[in-house]
Ligand binder design. Structure first.
Ligand code: ZN
Ligand code: ZN
Length: 330
């Protein structure tokens, strides 16, 4: 069982949604729900009974068990089975779905998320025409501390914060490669208007980048050790790879139209990447970061498409004019 989190008191709005789902409410249930939501980590029913008894001796074990079951049914709690012969429970409030690494020596578990694993599961389910409701990935073994005796940075730090940190890191890396891409494109574009567009996009990416970086710093202020905590969100082939590949194509020498086309491909890929994963995540800061980023990328995509159309129609116009002159000479 993990440590009690900071002063994260569930919002009234969230409790109201539970009220709607739960029907009758009692002071006891509120207390149990509140205590449960304040915990980070994976509690057994008995762990929760102990915590509740500390708050109110009069609440019975049966009431705690019943409330726990109610929370599972209402989607407030998730039941996890770490192969110990009993279930554990984790809350889902500001706690995105994830997979687990479970140490068989100390029984501690660590959480992670991998979009590649999720994509693979989706692919398999689709190929087998299987409607997937839930997937569980658990990796059993020995944790670093049990293996080496070293104190690790794994403890502490909420999943919410780790998720936001990793989402920001991915967004920042994408923004940075986007900035480099547009800076390079602006330098090589001959068409004056197209150059202006690339410059504008480079400036925008630069501005977003500094916003994201200050958000990252604000996050670090919440947890000074955040930087050194283990990775939560694993991504292969993240969106910044798209821009890096685009920049490489630019380096080979392309014309204005091709440069715009490469930009369109990068932004479209990036928009899809952030939207697809952002939508899949449960409500969290990490999700918001991804979806906001997806919107920004879409705005860039639209701008580039407009420019591409305008450039091709201007080129068509010039070609037509040349054709007219040729006809006139003939
Ligand atoms: Zn261990
Ligand atoms: Zn968990």
């Amino acid at each position: 069982m993990g440590a009690t989190s900071t002063d994260m008191e569930p919002t009234t709005a969230y409790l109201n949604t539970l009220r709607a789902a739960g029907g009758k409410r009692s002071g006891k249930r509120d207390l149990i729900v509140n205590v449960f939501l304040r915990q980070e980590g994976h509690l057994s029913a008995d762990d929760l009974v102990d915590l509740i008894k500390r708050e109110d001796q009069k609440i019975s074990r049966a009431t705690v068990y019943r409330t726990l079951q109610w929370m599972v049914d209402a989607g407030v709690a998730r039941k996890v089975d770490f192969g110990e012969g009993r279930f554990r429970f984790e809350h889902s409030y500001r706690h995105p779905r994830h997979f687990h690494l479970i140490c068989k020596s100390c029984n501690q578990s660590a959480e992670f998320l991998s979009s590649d694993i999720e994509a693979l599961i989706e692919e398999i389910a689709t190929a087998r025409s299987f409607s997937a409701r839930q997937s569980v990935v658990q990796i059993y073994g020995t944790c670093e501390r049990c293996r080496t005796g070293r104190q690790t940075s794994a403890e502490g730090g909420t999943t919410e914060l780790l998720f936001a940190r990793d989402a920001l890191r991915i967004a920042i890396a994408t923004e940075r490669s986007g900035f480099e891409f547009y800076t390079r494109a602006a330098k090589m574009t001959k068409d004056g208007r197209g150059r202006g567009v690339f410059r504008r996009l480079a400036a925008e990416e630069g501005e977003h980048l500094s916003k994201l970086e200050s958000r990252y710093r604000a996050l670090l202020a919440e947890d000074p050790q955040l930087e050194s905590r283990p990775t939560f969100l694993f991504f292969k082939g993240a969106a910044h790879g798209l821009f890096a590949a685009g920049a490489e194509q630019l380096a080979k020498g392309v014309n204005d139209r091709q440069a715009l086309m490469i930009g369109i491909r990068c932004e479209r890929g990036s928009h899809r990447f952030f939207k697809r994963y952002g939508e899949r995540f449960e409500d969290s800061e990490g999700k918001r970061i991804f979806l906001e980023f997806a919107d920004e990328e879409r705005a860039h995509l639209e701008l580039l498409i407009r420019e591409y159309r305008s450039l091709t129609s201007r080129q068509r116009g010039r070609r037509a004019a040349r054709g007219d002159r040729r006809l006139a000479r003939a």
